[in-house]
Write a protein that binds this ligand. Sequence first.
Ligand code: C2E
Ligand code: MG
Ligand code: MG
Length: 563
Amino acid sequence: MREIIKEKIFGIIIDKNDVVLNSFGYDKNFTKIDFDENLKLKNYLKREIMMIIESGLKRARINKKKLVYSGICIENEGLNENVNLFIEFFLDYTIIIFERNEEISNEGTDNNVKKLFKYAVDELKKANTRLERIAYYDELTGISNIYYLKELINSSINKKEEFTLMQIKIERLNIIKEILDRKHLRELIKDFSNLLKNTLKEDEVISKIDDENFIIFTHQINKDDIELKCESIKNIFKFPISNNDLEVNLNVKISIVSYPKNGQYDDELIKNLEIGIMNGINKKETLTFFKEEMKEKVKEKIYIENALIKALEKKALFMNYQPQIDLLSSKIVSCESLLRWNNEGVLISPNKFIPVAEEIGYIAILGDWVINTVFEQASKWFRQGLIHDFISFNVSPSQFYLQNIVGIIENALNVNRLDGNKVCVEITEGLSILNEDKAIRNLKKLKDLGVKIAIDDFGIGYSSFNYIKKFPIDIVKIDKSFIDGITKNNEDYNIVKATIDMCNNSNIKIIAEGIEEMAQHQKLVSMGCTHGQGYYYSKPLNIYEYENFYQQNKNKTISFEIF
Ligand code: C2E
Ligand code: MG
Ligand code: MG
C-alpha cells in the first residue's frame, strides 16, 4: 500500500468483486482527499466519493460509533480501539474508511494497516449480503428501495441515458388499513409488489417507496409504449386480490416523468412524480403524465386541505336541498341534501373538496356533521309537513369503513326523533373497494332501522347491475350522463329503458338525475320512469328557498312545464 498509512483518515474503494478501484487519504490538513493516481477511478466517481466520505464521517461522529455501514451504526467490540471503520455501500462499489486516533504510533503502521484492511474486507464479506439488503432493499417485499432507485437514477444521469419513471400508488390504502390487521396488510403489499414485479421487462427495476407507493424505472421513453405498459398494470388490478378470505379490490393511480424532460436530478424527478399522483387523485383516469402547470394545481389542493379543516369551525359549511319530483303528479315528494362550502365568499364544489376530505381522513368528521345537520332539518320539515317521503344524504364509500356509520345514523335518528324510513342513504359503486361483506352487513343493519338505500350515479361503473343483486337497494338513481343522451341517441335510451324496466319489475324506485329539459322529462314519463330530479324542476336550494318552493309547488295542480 502507499503513503496513506501515515495519514489519519484513509480508505479504499472496492468493486463488487473486492477488487480495489482506488485508495485515498486526506492531506495533512484534512482538507483535501488525495486519490491514488496510479489506480484508475472516473472523475465523477471521485467527486461523488468525496461527498460521501464527508457526510459518512460526519454521521459516524455524531453517532459516536466505531463501525458504520451505510449510515447504520453498529457497535463492534472486536475492532482495534484506536481505529474507527466506516463502510458505505453503493450500487457498483463499496467504500471502506479508516479513521485513526492520534495515539496510534507510526511504528509498524504498515503491518497494522494491512491487518486492518484484511479485517475490514473480512468484516465486509460477512456483513455484505445482509447490509446491502438493509441499505438497498425493502425487507418485506425484497424489492429495491428509494436509495437504490436514486443510485440508479444518478448513474443513468451520469451516463447521459434517457429514462422514464412510473409511480404506482395504491388508492385509499388508509381505508384498507382499517380493515386488515398488520399481518394481512403485509401479505397484501407483498402480493401487490409481486404482481407489479411480473410486469417488468429485463432492464426494468421496481422500487418500493412506502406501503402505498412503488416506482418502476425503465429505459422505455416512447409514450405509446409507456401507455401500453400502464394499461397492462391497470388490467392486473381489475381482478380482486384474495387476502384472509377477503377479496380486496385495489385501484391504482399511475404518474409518469421522464428524464431529462421533467427534471434534472433524482429528488426533482421523484417530487414531480408525486405531483402527478396528487393531480390524478380527483380524476377518473388512472394515468397522469407530469406537466409543469400541475405544480400550481397541487398548491391549490394543499390550500383546500388547510382551509377545509377550518371550514366547520368557521361555520362555512351548509346544506342545500334539491327537490325530487313524482313525474306523473309533478309534486315534490322528497329531496336530496347536498353539501356546500362557502370559502371566503367563493363556493367550492363538493366534487373538488369531498375527494380531498377523503384523502386527508377528514371525511368522517364532515360526514358526521352532514348526518346530524340533515336529520335535524328533516325532523323540522316533517313536523311542518314540508316533506312527503324522505330526505336523502350522500355518504362516501370510506365512511362505511372508517366510521361506525350505523351507530351514527341510529343515534341521529334517536336524537331527532325521526323514523328511519324518513331518510335515505345514497351510496356509490365505490363501496365495493374491499370485499363488500362489511358494507352489506352495515346496509342490512340500516335497513333494519328502516333507512332507505339508494344507489347513486347508476350506470357509470363496471358492474352496476351486480350491485342491485348484491345490495339491499330500494332506489336507483340513473346518472345524469345517460339522461343527457336519451333524447339524442339510441344507446343511452336503451340503457335507461332497460334500467327502468328492471327496476319497475323488481319493486325498486327509480329517480332520473340531472333532468334539464322538458323533452327529457316527457321522454322519461313515456319510458315509465316515475321520479326525477334536475334543474328543469329546481336547482339545489337553501332552507328558505326550499320552503318557499315547496309551498308554491304544493298549491299547484299543474305540471312543471310552466316553471
Ligand atoms: P350527486 O350525489 O350525484 O349529486 C347530484 C349532483 O348533480 C349535485 O351536484 C347537483 O347539484 C347536480 N345536479 C342536479 N341536477 C342537475 C342538473 O339538472 N344539471 C346539472 N348540471 N347538475 C345537476 P353537487 O351538489 O355539486 O354535488 C356533487 C357531488 O358531490 C354529489 O353528486 C355527491 O357525490 C357529492 N356530495 C354532495 N354533497 C355531499 C355530502 O354531503 N357528502 C358526500 N359524501 N358527498 C356529497
Ligand atoms: Mg347523490
Ligand atoms: Mg348522482
